[in-house]
Structure formats: structure tokens, C-alpha cells
Design a protein around this ligand. Structure first.
Ligand code: ADP
Ligand code: MG
Length: 326
């Protein structure tokens, strides 16, 4: 996608006190694409967003937007909108004044623009409401409206849902997706939650210790993880010794719980006792302990076995890396 890239990160690096926070990060984001940056805490997600926004200067690399190198351009002049984890709304100003804050418009033109962006985030008519009266999800959308108001070229969101109650998070996520789709803006969305990244990202970039492990669609990451780290981070996976899967020492083999199947056949290679069953919808995760004390997890119809049962299982699909310990 490098020819069609609207936003391009080229070998970005940033080191704090001898510890690289981001290294050699190269990524392209298409016009109107939503890219989710996914990684555990400390993997360099916020640093990447701050580099994009211009709040930090990279030690190496370049940032290009619509063909323009903005690496040394000051934050305001980049025309990037940013929504922080803490929405940083002004509690003493009403919704309209919060949204109007960064706009150079006056009078009717200002009121029109504020009304327009509030409608984009499904808050039409909320101008005179006090920020403190709104739910967390609504406040999050006010912050989104404020960042969209000056018509940014790129929208940057840093864990925008992490402050919400779990019960609100899924609904707010849907509302956020609807607003971003409606605006059609090129977006980089940071999260440490796989489900959020897969739900919101057209593509997902997985960061680990400041480096890009893989970028791809959710399906690509799940079905063909480039590294064992990605396999584990975007889903559940059982470790089986690489040698057991036919590899040389140092190889790594992982099996997703749904790639294991209970089998009555005495020749099924895995055998053990069910020690745990956890329901998920109509299926359940079964933890099976083998004679040597190791255990593995099988996803199967919830009635497939019960705790205490002796079971056997066959492996239907292995994720395999010849040299997984990198
Ligand atoms: P994430 O957002 O993925 O949790 P960050 O980008 O915040 O990760 O941090 C990446 C690494 O850089 C961490 O080890 C963090 O401690 C370090 N770091 C981030 N910002 C600074 C800073 N201003 N000064 C020193 N170290 C920092
Ligand atoms: Mg962060």
C-alpha cells in the first residue's frame, strides 16, 4: 500500500534514557483507513502517537502526510486531531464551548460548525448541556467532536475507551466506529485490547517492545500470525514443544483451542483428564491435564466432556515457526 499511503511512518525511532521506546517503525495508513495499534502496556503505542502528533521529536525516521514531510512541523500546523485517554474536557464550559474551543470561526459560522460535528457524533442539540451531566460515553464523544471540529487530516486516539465502565465500553465502541466511518477520516487508534483493535481496525499493527511484529487485517493476524508473540496476543494458544510437531530444537508450535478436537479414537495423540470447564456461549473451554502435568485447552460444544472425564484429542491445525525464539 506504500504508493497509496496517506500517512506514512518511515523508520521511526525514539529512545528515552538509553531505552528505545520505539524502533525502526515503518507503517503505511491508507486514506480513510482505520489502523489499530495494538500492544501490551509499555510497547510504545503512546510514544508512536505522540511522535505522530508532534509532541515528541523522533531520533530517527520520518513522518509523511499526503506527500508532505511533517517530521519537523510543529503540532498545530500538522492538522492532526488527538483524543486522549483522559478526555481533558473543560468541566466549567458547556458542550458547545468545549467543541468550539480550538476553532477560529465566529458567530453563525462557529455555531454551524459546532452543530455539524455534534451531529457527527450523535449529540445533535447538546450545545448547552453541562459536561458534568453527561455519561462517560457521551463525554468521550464530545472529546471526539472537539478534535474533529477543525477538520484534521488524521485522527489519533489513545485508548479512548479505557476509562469507561466495561458495561459502557461496547456501546461506546459502536458509537465511535459509527462516527469515524461517517467522517471517513484516516485514523490511528491505540489500544491494548485485542477485541477493540479487531472490532475497530481495518488493519491492526501489533507492537512489542517498540517494534512492529506484524500488520494485517484481523483475519490475517489470527489465522497467519507472523510470530508466536502475535499468535498469543491476538488469541488463545496452547504451547506444544516444537519438536513434537516435527520441528528442530528451537522451533515453536502453537495450537488454538478451536484447532483441537475431542476424539474417542484411542490413537488420538493427546490424552488427559478434564480439570476445568468454562462456558462461552454454546461452547466451553476445557482444560485438560496430561499425565506429565502439562495441560492444554480445547474449545468444544459445552456438553462435549465434563470435569473429571478422561479424554483424548487430535490436533487439526498447528501454527509453526522454525525459529520462534527471536
Ligand atoms: P504504551 O503506550 O504502549 O504503554 P509508551 O509509549 O507509553 O507505551 O512507553 C514505551 C516505553 O517508553 C516504556 O518503557 C515507557 O516507560 C517509556 N517512556 C515513554 N515515555 C517516556 C518519557 N517521557 N520518558 C522516559 N521514558 C518514557
Ligand atoms: Mg499508552
Amino acid at each position: 500500500m506504500s504508493d497509496g499511503a496517506f500517512l506514512s511512518l518511515r523508520g521511526l525511532g525514539k529512545t528515552y534514557a538509553d531505552r528505545p521506546a520505539v524502533s525502526g517503525l515503518t507503517l503505511d495508513v491508507g486514506r480513510g483507513e482505520v489502523l489499530a495499534l495494538l500492544g501490551p502496556s509499555g510497547s510504545g503505542k503512546t510514544t508512536t502517537l505522540r511522535l505522530l502528533a508532534g509532541f515528541e521529536t523522533p531520533d530517527t525516521g520520518r513522518i509523511v502526510v499526503a506527500g508532505e514531510d511533517v517530521t519537523s512541523v510543529r503540532p498545530e500546523a500538522r492538522r492532526f486531531g488527538m483524543v486522549f485517554q483522559h478526555y481533558a474536557l473543560f468541566p466549567h464550559l458547556d458542550v458547545g464551548a468545549n467543541v468550539a474551543f480550538g476553532l477560529a470561526l465566529r458567530g453563525d459560522a462557529l455555531a454551524r460548525r459546532v452543530a455539524e460535528v455534534l451531529a457527527m457524533v450523535d449529540l445533535a442539540g447538546y450545545e448547552r448541556r453541562a459536561v458534568g451531566e453527561l455519561s462517560g460515553g457521551q463525554q468521550q464523544r464530545v472529546a471526539l467532536a472537539r478534535s474533529l471540529a477543525p477538520e484534521p487530516r488524521v485522527l489519533l486516539l489513545d485508548e479512548p475507551l479505557s476509562n469507561l465502565d466495561p458495561s459502557l465500553r461496547e456501546r461506546t465502541r459502536k458509537e465511535l466506529r459509527r462516527a469515524i466511518t461517517r467522517v471517513g477520516i484516516t485514523t490511528v487508534f491505540v489500544t491494548h485490547e485485542q477485541e477493540e483493535a479487531f472490532d475497530l481496525g481495518d488493519r491492526v499493527a501489533v507492537l512489542h517492545a517498540g517494534r512492529l511484529e506484524q500488520v494485517g487485517t484481523p483475519d490475517e493476524l489470527y489465522d497467519a500470525p507472523a510470530t508466536p508473540f502475535v499468535a498469543r496476543f491476538v488469541g488463545r494458544a496452547n504451547a506444544i514443544a516444537g519438536e513434537r510437531a516435527g520441528g528442530a530444537p528451537g522451533s515453536v508450535a502453537l495450537v488454538r483451542p478451536e484447532a483441537l478436537r475431542f476424539a474417542a479414537d484411542a490413537s488420538a495423540p493427546l490424552a488427559g483428564t478434564v480439570t476445568e470447564r468454562r462456558f462461552v456461549g454454546d461452547r466451553a473451554y476445557f482444560v485438560v491435564e496430561e499425565a506429565d502435568g502439562t495441560s492444554f485447552e480445547v474449545l468444544a460444544p459445552h456438553g462435549a466432556a465434563a470435569v473429571g472425564h478422561a479424554v483424548r484429542a487430535v490436533v487439526e491445525r498447528v501454527l509453526f515457526w522454525e525459529n520462534g525464539a527471536r
